[in-house]
Design a protein. Structure first.
Length: 226
């Protein structure tokens, strides 16, 4: 899942290793901006406010780290899972912002296909599908998605096989900070596989499926942010 956002961060890492960027001791300080009480995720940083989750979802936990040496990253996960721990639905909330030494850089999601209003905010919106197991060789060990997979595993959950996902992103005015929400579903629960979306007929069906997935994603959370 080498998306534009990940590509931009990887370029930043390359520049850092060639002397075009530096990191300060202040950059290494990690401070959580969000907390969870019951089914409510509250944020005191960008964006401030709360996200309330459906009662069928279970809070997995939080991970706090520096992503690729250029951005502070805080992840919170909620899941609905089968009895064997297989993730059926995943909500992945990511609060992210460039470190002080990388502030001249900004996030760019202009290529995302959709713009979705949630509450009174606009989110960049993109959709995709892939096989998790097959894709893991493409993901860096220190990538955000590998942090997600390890956090899930530590709590007895498994994210694997064919999935479809939708990504919502809301940026601050300067595009230095973001709230990213990724919603994933296991395709098998819908009696679907990635291969069934190949070709014109399959792609046409995917258009209807991803529209329905967007409705399900939004129905599982209530967002009230500033």
């Amino acid at each position: 899942m080498l998306e534009l956002r990940m590509y931009a961060l990887m370029i930043a890492v390359v520049l850092a290793t060639t002397g075009c960027g530096s990191s300060t001791s202040d950059d290494a300080e990690l401070m959580a901006q969000a907390s969870v009480e019951g089914s409510v995720l509250s944020s005191s940083g960008f964006p401030t406010g709360a996200i309330s989750m459906a009662p069928t979802l279970t809070y997995v936990g939080r991970d706090l780290f520096v992503l690729y040496g250029v951005a502070n990253c805080e992840i919170h996960l909620f899941v609905e899972a089968a009895r064997d721990g297989r993730v059926l639905r995943l909500y992945w909330f990511q609060f992210e912002g460039y470190l002080p030494s990388w502030i001249p850089r900004s996030y760019d999601y202009s290529d995302d296909a959709y713009r979705t209003p949630i509450g009174d905010k606009e989110f960049y919106d993109s959709v995709s599908y892939y096989n998790v197991t097959d894709s893991r060789d493409e993901w860096r060990a220190d990538s955000d998605i590998m942090h997600v997979i390890r956090l899930l595993k530590s709590q007895g959950y498994r994210l694997e096989d064919d999935v479809m996902r939708i990504r919502f992103v809301h940026l601050d005015e300067e595009k230095k900070k973001e709230l990213m929400i990724i919603y994933m579903e296991d395709l098998a629960q819908h009696d679907l596989t990635v291969s069934r979306f190949d070709g014109p007929e399959g792609q046409s069906r995917w258009d209807d499926i991803q529209a329905a997935m967007r409705v399900r994603a939004l129905s599982g959370m209530t967002i009230d942010i500033k």
